[in-house]
Write a protein that binds this ligand. Structure first.
Ligand SMILES: O=C(O)CCC(=O)C(=O)O
Length: 276
């Protein structure tokens, strides 16, 4: 009988790894309550001209304004971001301790059901395809989706984290020759099904997309990590410049968030790193 593939082997082959039952029911409920409160606050503050409720996600849940007088709620998020099983899996994949990048919360749109566009994250704001390709090899970007309600909306094309597009993948991803960028005919696409409490670790550089089904509740907390500071995108500091915050954490989380601050401190001082 063949031994089960290690996390590293699964990652190298497919660019994604499933972590079933990462969180038990109580921790899943607790994390969802915190994320839902942040989502409600974000929806409330969103301008009337921007239909936030029909978006598919919001970012930067660790912004301090969501946690005024609620340090315990922020701690729930920080504990999830520094969950030992996640950090160990990422250390295995990346060959060293991961670096924090940011967080997102995916939710079902209020009324507008749609399929998302196929993409590689490194394509955003890249001036040309050569830059997209170069970015892919300059560092590693990893998403960790933690489902807080059942979620089968993420689709990935296994193996595309370690190679460039085939001609047909490129036609779809770029919307060329009559292909739709959100075509259902992406060759080799695999839809990942998560129960509440399950996680999916997947490459930000591989081809992937989401589906957004208005009537079906979706609540998925997404944490983005990397192996080194991202050269073309500076995440905002959110809560991590608050004096004293790291001192309240255990050693590994403290080191983890300190590395984040050290990685981006100079850029923040120069005014880089947007915050909304
Ligand atoms: O899960 C999703 O809806 C898609 C995630 C995604 O495309 C991303 O975070 O880059």
């Amino acid at each position: 009988m063949r031994a089960a593939a290690t996390i590293r082997e699964q990652w190298e082959a497919d660019g994604f790894v499933l972590m079933p039952r990462l969180f038990d029911a109580a921790r899943t409920r607790e994390l969802r309550a915190v994320c839902d409160d942040v989502l409600a606050a974000w929806l409330k503050e969103s301008s009337v001209t921007f239909d936030a409720a029909n978006s598919t996600n919001m970012a930067f849940l660790t912004e301090p304004r969501y946690f005024n007088e609620r340090p315990a709620a922020l701690r729930v998020l920080l504990d999830a971001i520094t969950n030992e099983k996640i950090l160990d899996a990422l250390a295995d994949i990346l060959g060293g301790e991961p670096l924090f990048h940011n967080t997102q919360y995916f939710f079902n749109p209020a009324t507008e059901t749609r399929a998302g566009d196929w993409h590689r994250d490194q394509q955003f704001e890249a001036p040309d395809e050569e830059t997209e390709r170069a970015r892919m090899h300059s560092c590693v970007g990893v998403h960790v989706h933690i489902a807080l309600a059942p979620d089968d909306n993420l689709e990935v094309v296994p193996g595309t984290h370690r190679r460039w597009d085939t001609p047909e993948e490129r036609r779809i991803r770029k919307g060329l020759d009559g292909r739709a960028k959100n075509s259902d005919a992406m060759p080799g696409a695999r839809r990942l099904a998560l129960a509440a409490g399950d996680a999916a670790v997947f490459s930000a550089w591989g081809i992937h997309r989401g589906r957004y089904d208005a009537p079906t509740t979706r609540r998925t907390f997404d944490i983005v990590y990397g192996d080194q500071p991202c050269a073309w995108n500076t995440p905002p500091p959110t809560c991590f410049l608050q004096p004293g915050l790291p001192d309240q954490l255990d050693e590994r989380p403290r080191r983890f968030f300190r590395s984040f601050v050290e990685a981006y401190r100079d850029r923040w001082a120069r005014g880089e790193g947007v915050s909304w």
